[in-house]
Design a protein around this ligand. Sequence first.
Ligand code: FES
Ligand SMILES: [Fe+2]
Length: 422
Amino acid sequence: MTLTGAPADADTTRLLALLAGRADRHSLPGPCYTDSALHEVDLRLIWQRQWVFVGSVAEVPEPGDYVTVDLGSASVLVLRDDDGQVRAFRNVCRHRGARLVDGGSGSVGNIVCAYHRWTYGTDGRLLHAPQLPAGTDLACLGLRTVHLREVGGLLFVCLAADPPGDLDAVAAVVAPYLEPHAIGRTKVAAQIDLVEGGNWKLTMENNRECYHCDGHPELLGSFFPTWGLADDQVPDRLRADHDRYLLAEADLLRRCDLGRLPHTLAEDLVDRPVGFRIQREPLDGAGESFGPSGERLVRRLLGDLTDARLGRLSLHVQPNTWFHAQADHVVTFAVLPVAVDRTLVRTTWLVHEDAVEGVDYDVDALTAVWRATNEQDAEFVALTQAGVADPGYEPGPYSEAEDQVDAFVRWYTHRIEEEVTR
Ligand code: FES
Ligand SMILES: [Fe+2]
């Protein structure tokens, strides 16, 4: 590709050369996962330019509720204002720059800087700043806003001044799939932060294939191990699973048609900035949810759903998230970079806002499968990080089961190339 615009810095040029040299359908060269300077390029061109998933509306249910998310050195404050609107701001005081809210999540009346007590409303306006010279225009000193969009109850932010323009188009496709799960009428039943010992791209690549699913015995009670394989790619050892999948799929499609639920695959993973994939797919066993044998885990179903056996609605959005929405609960995953070799995976379980803990669901049971699966995935990611940092590592070929890993890497390559020209 021909690059135009300002010349790239030395690190970006080095990254572009590594990406250009990647053999077709092979993993990335080691420095892409291990080099701190290249990680800074990722932070600048991916994390501070693309739409990033930060959580759901259920995480900020009341006015003043907030969550903070760090994207490299940039901290974003996401909060619900007094009028009920969710907003995002730079988490930086307009006086001399102190960090305003010190990480995590919580609730505020106003946002008060701990240093000299400048006080901001939940809408970001500067309300009070002691001893400023007469005539200082407080209206010009409100918190800097960050672009925020809600898609079917899911919250995305973008730090760029001019965010990629295709989120609305993707939202128009995926919102009808999400709508029956009524995320706007859910509450957080549990949230677990897990820091994986690997680069963020390894976390995403690991999630995009089921080639390693034998390492997830708990998940395989409900998740078909043939995920990601076309009919003619299913190996003999998985043929019985695939036969069961086809029967479950026929049943699911019948139920979707009865309930008028969208289910067909829609995907555009590589070419657009908001690369996505959405599909309703069957679950094994009872076909309802992530119980040990596919049973539901919450008695109260989401929204106005009456059929518990709706498999999982799976949504993946580049660069940092995947979701599973069942009839009884939604589980969201936000992947956030901590360091070149450390990545936060934030898993959140959402249930109907009227579901009662201890009556309708048990938190340990609700979270059991994905707690185990996440821990197993963290081990795979850490093993891979150790290997790609080894001088003995050479990029290896993807299997037939790793098409979506390749799609992720191609999406990443395209974005780096395209952002250099902006
Ligand atoms: S830095 Fe925030 S009030 Fe001074
Ligand atoms: Fe996994």
